[in-house]
Design a protein around this ligand. Structure first.
Ligand SMILES: Nc1nc2c(c(=O)[nH]1)N[C@H]1C(S)=C(S)[C@@H](COP(=O)(O)O)O[C@H]1N2
Ligand SMILES: [Mo]
Length: 493
């Protein structure tokens, strides 16, 4: 048995990238360690739960989705210890190289004619594969097929490469808020966004089962001989050299995982910046053209909408709330022609839009709700942006040092590019499900930018500032969660 060298190389890269993908995926899961069926994620209705904490929809104490997070060991998760931001960075870095490796492999497979080894050419492969599996159960080796692999082997390789891997990419894409905002029906192919998320996890489990059987088979068929093929491409190769190369390969995979983990835990800001250089351009290319076209019906509205971020506890905000926000003024300043201070009535006079849309929290949960308010474009037009203006900064009333001290201090803020603010369904919402916004959902005004992740939708907006750059704000990452939780500033995936 021989394998071309490009198979040896892509197989190695695939092993490395799959370990990074699996571990960073587990990190992402730890941010909301529950799986659901359908489109929404009702508390207490998870199909599968990796957390003992219980949060009920009718709880008398306010809880937020941050409270649901788990912190998992760096041994299983990349980087571990509850760093969703860097987990996502690693996932989106690895996936680019994984898809590239897969594309090169498949291209060479077809260019070389080697596809005959992998792609079954007759439906008889199914009964033959069953026979082959039966042979293994009787401790016999099944016969090899015409192109070297036995039928069970050929069929399982085929399914992993041409069914499981593409499915994993497809369910991954069905979790991107920008993709499903533009193509709301796409997530429905999988039974809804939460079903897609659950299937993505099932895909990981399927890969794990494959890996288990695959390595068991390598051992059963004779480790030295198989290693010669896997590491050097030929059974006839020197076995000692092959074992050394294979051992070095496996060690390097472990070493890369260890270095990636340690660097992320020790120098998180540096890793956020470094990985961002690969991940942000990918987000921009994929998401730039994806404008929200959601049009859910009133029947789709979720019975329960999770809260993330605790309401501002300070006296000034409470006084405003007690006065029905009569004295509220939204300050619009920065690179604008006309700085503004708008009351709620002034805001309403600028324009009105409503929409029923899906909220995608970066942690993984989704809910559908109706929102109504003023298009952000109308606010921008009223103020008039100056040349060079690129971002909107939303300053919020909540002091996170008081409401979420485990993550950091300072008031919550967020930034979005002006093109996102001018996209369809980008509004400053004053109402939710037909009523004035309740306090916990961001009263009196909160951002809704429907092709972005939830953390971009600043609640309790105090002021809007138009800027050319966000580097001077906070810790310079473009938002409070970016600064303190290492989320990427680009939030369409
Ligand atoms: N001011 C402020 N806005 C915020 C947050 C916050 O902590 N403070 N959390 C964000 C996150 S992470 C999410 S998912 C949404 C949650 O909105 P909801 O509470 O209406 O579900 O609000 C976003 N806006
Ligand atoms: Mo979130």
């Amino acid at each position: 048995m021989t394998l071309p060298i490009w198979v040896v190389v892509t197989h190695f890269l695939n092993m490395l990238l799959m370990t990074l993908l699996a571990r960073s995926g587990i990190e992402v899961l730890s941010a909301h360690p529950k799986l659901y069926a359908g489109d929404a994620s009702p508390p207490g209705r998870a199909v599968l739960r990796f957390s003992k904490k219980v949060f009920a929809p009718d709880s008398r104490r306010l809880w937020t989705s941050q409270d649901e997070e788990e912190s998992w060991s760096p041994v299983v998760a990349l980087p571990g210890r509850g760093n969703l931001g860097l987990g996502r960075h690693w996932h989106f870095l690895s996936v680019q190289f994984w898809v590239l490796t897969g594309a090169v492999y498949v291209a060479l497979l077809f260019a070389s004619g080697d596809w005959r080894r992998i792609v079954p050419q007759t439906a008889a492969v199914v009964p033959h594969a069953i026979n082959a599996a039966g042979a293994y159960l009787e401790f016999r080796f099944p016969p090899d097929g015409p192109y070297g692999y036995n039928a069970a082997q050929q069929l399982s390789y085929f399914l992993v490469i041409f069914v499981l891997a593409p499915l994993q990419i497809a369910t991954g894409a069905a979790m991107s808020p920008a993709v499903i905002a533009r193509f709301p029906r796409y997530a429905r192919i999988f039974g809804g966004k939460q079903s897609a998320r659950s299937l993505h996890f099932a895909g990981l489990c399927a890969f794990a089962v494959f890996l288990l059987i695959h390595t068991t088979m390598v051992v059963i068929h004779g480790l030295p001989k198989e290693m010669a093929v896997i590491a050097l491409g030929s059974e006839a190769a020197n076995r000692t050299v092959a074992l050394a190369v294979a051992g070095a390969g496996l060690l390097s995979i472990v070493a890369i995982n260890v270095v990636a983990t340690a660097a992320s835990l020790r120098r998180p800001r540096r890793m956020q910046r470094l990985l961002g250089r690969f991940v942000d351009p990918m987000e921009r290319t994929l998401v730039r053209r994806l404008r929200s076209r959601q049009r859910y019906g009133a029947d789709d509205i979720s019975a329960y909408h999770r809260v993330n971020g605790r309401p501002p506890p300070d006296a000034a905000y409470r006084a405003l709330a007690e006065g029905g926000f009569e004295d509220y003024r939204l300050v619009v300043s920065g690179m604008v022609e006309r700085p503004l201070a708008l009351s709620l009535q002034d805001l309403r006079a600028l324009g009105w839009a409503d929409q029923i849309t899906k909220h995608n929290c970066i942690q993984g949960w989704t809910d559908i709700a109706g929102w109504a308010g003023v298009p952000l474009a109308a606010v921008l037009d009223a103020a008039g942006t100056l040349p060079g203006a690129r971002y909107l900064v939303f300053h919020a009333f909540d002091d996170k040092g008081q409401t979420e001290p485990q993550h950091g201090d300072g008031h919550f803020y967020g930034t979005i590019p002006i093109w996102v603010a001018r996209s369809p369904q980008s509004i400053l919402a004053l109402e939710m499900n037909g009523e004035p916004l309740r306090i916990e959902y961001g009263a009196p005004a909160r951002v809704r930018v429907e092709n972005q992740l939830g953390f971009k939708m600043v609640k309790w907006v105090r002021a809007i500032e138009v800027v050319d750059d966000y580097a001077a704000l906070g810790q310079g990452q473009g938002g409070w969660r970016e600064d303190h939780q290492y989320y990427a500033n680009a939030a369409g995936i």
